[in-house]
Design a protein around this ligand. Structure first.
Ligand code: PMP
Length: 311
């Protein structure tokens, strides 16, 4: 997925990829001061932004926690997304990235001016089996709420993911799973971890050093409400992961990546497992508008006045 040649929204304007720059002396460039959201766009009977309201709510929370000014409204965020999709002629599935970057100069405590940037790329789906991954437990620990809060969706947090992902690849894995400072399972480098254990869908709590993932929340709700699968939000030991029946990583970018093996131990079911398959089918129905009960999670791109984010 490359953004090169796409048109980018920056501060109220659609500009060519080459022109979408910030200064090398800015706090955004020097210290990585930015917050962002990655949002999925799906084509069903209409084109939908999936759980836009929750993504914008989390973006506002990241702004507050980073002590940046709340200078952008939901209407501005929505407009940026809409203009970006329109400028790039994207009418199908897409991934959207909405970023707020500190463009002012100074030390790392500078909080403005800010730039609002939106980028979008069309995407295909591919089968779950094609996305299966072998993962390793990282020797790097997940960042901690007391030092670098993972709850904030900020660019600099991804340096922790970078260490872990590069190390995982160096050891022949596709992805890493990080333990938190207490030695319990937290999350992957850009995804939450979910496993099936004795028939229940299990995932670590928000206090385990994770981003409060919107996809994780979606699967917990779909499992409990739609599929009648028991859900457990609880602490997970390292060794419990490798004896799970099945497991997967989830986020609003790669959606679901079934896990084949953990630390070289193949999980009991082949990837994807049967519950992962059922969850994915239900997710697709929900995200593409085929389940009326969840229509509130969809913001129609075609009819912006009906978007729940402005309701
Ligand atoms: N954890 C991390 C570290 C992430 O970067 C992401 C992706 N944003 C997630 C979890 C999943 O969050 P979401 O489902 O909201 O995309």
């Amino acid at each position: 997925m490359t953004l090169k040649k796409t048109k980018i929204y920056m501060n109220g304007e659609i500009i060519p990829w080459e022109a979408a720059t910030i200064h090398v002396a800015s706090t955004g460039a020097k210290y990585g001061a930015n917050v962002f959201e990655g949002i999925c766009c799906y084509r069903g009977d209409e084109q939908y932004l999936f759980r836009l309201r929750e993504h914008l709510e989390r973006l506002h929370e990241s702004v507050d926690l980073m002590r940046l000014p709340q200078q952008y409204s939901d209407a501005e965020f929505e407009n940026a997304i809409w203009e970006t999709l329109k400028a790039n002629g994207i009418e199908g599935d897409a991934h959207i990235r909405l970023s707020i970057i500190v463009t002012g100069e100074g030390l790392y405590d500078v909080s403005g001016p800010l730039a609002l940037v939106c980028m979008a790329t069309p995407r295909g789906t591919g089968t779950l089996a094609e996305r299966a991954v072998d993962i390793g437990i990282s020797t790097w620990r997940r960042i901690d709420d007391g030092s670098m809060p993972p709850r904030i969706k900020a660019g600099p947090n991804y340096h922790n993911g970078r260490f872990a992902l590069m190390d995982a690849k160096r050891h022949g894995y596709d992805e890493a799973l990080l333990l938190n400072s207490r030695g319990l399972v937290s999350e992957s480098t850009n995804s939450c971890f979910m496993m099936v254990r004795r028939g229940a869908l299990v995932t670590p709590p928000a206090s385990a050093g994770i981003l409060d993932s919107i996809t994780r929340d979606t699967f917990l709700k779909i499992a409990a409400e739609e599929l009648g699968i028991p859900v457990e939000v609880r602490e997970i030991d390292r060794t419990e992961t490798a004896i799970a029946e099945e497991a997967f990583l989830c986020n609003s970018f790669q959606e679901v990546r079934p896990i084949r093996s953990i630390d070289g131990i193949t999980l009991k079911q082949s990837a994807p497992g049967s519950i992962t398959n059922r969850l994915w089918d239900a997710y697709e129905d929900v995200a593409r508008g085929r389940k009326p009960k969840y229509r509130d999670w969809l913001a129609s791109v075609g009819n912006r006045s009906h978007s729940p984010a402005t309701a």
